[in-house]
Design a protein around this ligand. Sequence first.
Ligand SMILES: [Zn+2]
Length: 445
Amino acid sequence: MSFRMKTLGAFGVTLLLSLALACSVNEEPDPSFKNALPKKDPVSRTASKAETEADLRQRAKRIHTAAVTMDSHVDITGEDYATEKVDPGIDNPELRCDLVKMKRGGMDGVFLAVYVGQRGELNEKGYKKVHETALKRFQAIHRIFNMYPKRCELAVNADDVERISKTGKRAIAIGIENGYPVGEEIANLKKFYDLGARYITLSHSHHNQICDSSGPEEPLHGGLSEFGTKVVAEMNRLGMMCDASHISEKSFYDLIEVSKAPIIASHSGCYAINPHNRNLTDDQLRALKKNGGVIQIVALDSFLKKEPQAFLDALAAARDELDIPTWQEFYKLSEKKRKALRGNMERYWKRRDAIEKEFAYVNVEDLVNHIDHAVKVAGIDHVGIGTDFDGGGGIPGFNNHGEALNVTVALVRRGYSEEEIKKIWGGNLLRVWRDVEKVARNLNP
Ligand SMILES: [Zn+2]
C-alpha cells in the first residue's frame, strides 16, 4: 500500500470502472503454440510475425486461463471491508479487487493485506493500538469467507491455492503489511499465523521495532534490529514468508543473511528503471536470486516511472489550494488534526484521480518493462506480480483485476512462453511459499 491510499482510509476513493476485455475467448488448444517462438532470451524475443493480433490474444487468453494466477499484494479498505458498506462480492466501483473482477480477469488467488500504518510510538501504547487494528482487519478479511463461502476460500498454504483454484473459487491468502503490530512479543507471530497470516512485510514507510524502512533517510537500527532477527527466526520456524518490500537496503541484506528460507518482495519495482526508494537495485535482485526468493512487480505508477514535472506541478497546485500537508508532515500530525483534514483530503484525492487520468503517464508496457528487467537480472524463476490494488496500485490498462489478461497479452507480445508466464503469474510465488514451508518442517522435526 502506498501512502496516498492509507491516508484515504475509510473515505473511499473514486475508481475507474473496469473496461470490458475486448478479446475473444478460444478454449480450443492450439498444438503449435508452444513452438511458435524462437528459443532466445525472453527479454529480446518477439512473437511470430505470422501470428495475427487476434491469434496472439487468443493464445494469451489460453495461457492466462491455464495459469494459476496469484497477486501477492492487495489492500482492503479498512475495518468496513466485507460489510454492506464495502461489498467485495459485487462489481464494486470502490474496489479494484473484488470477487467479480477477479473472476472476470481470470485471477485465481490473492494475498489480502492486514495493513497498519506506522506511528512514531515504538512502545507498549503504540503496539497495543495497532495490534487491535490488525485484529479488526483480520476479522474484516475473515468476513468475506462467511459472506461468500461458495465463491472464495482461505488459503493457508501453496497447495490450498491450487486446490481452491480448481474448484472455481477464488483463493484468498493473508499477509500482514508492517510488522509493527507484532510489538515486542514473539508469541504474536504464532497468533497471527493461526489467524491465517502467511507473510509479513517487515516494515512500512517508517522504521519500526523490527527494522529500518526505505522511507526515512536517517536509519534507526542500521538495518534489522536485534528483535527483528528473532522475528525472522520465528517466521522461518512457523513457515511465514518474510516480505522485504518497504524495508531499507541494509535491512534487506540483513534479512537475506539471517533468513533460513527464501524471501519475497511482495510489491516492488526495479530501481535501475526507476530510482525510487521502494524499488530493488540490480544487486538486490541478484541477491534475491541467490536466496531463491521472488520480486513481485508492483502496478503503481510512481514506482514504475518517474512522474513528469507537469504532473507533479498539477498535484502541488491542488495540494496548495486545499492546504494538504506533505506525507512527512501528515505523519507528524495528531489524530485530531488528521481528522480535521478529512474533508479536504477527500477533495484532494478526487482532484488527484482526475489529474492522474489527464496525464496517464504509465501503462502496462511500463509494468512489463520492470518484469523484463527483473527477469534479465534475477532470472525467470524469481519474478512475479503484486499489484498493490486498493492500496495505491492501478495503472491504465491494469486498473483492476478484471483487466489482468492485458498483462498476459503484453507478456505474450514480448515473447514470453506459456511456461514462463505461468511462473510470473504465480508459479514462482507458490514455489517460494512451498520452500518456506519446507524450511519450517525441517526446523520443526
Ligand atoms: Zn505497501
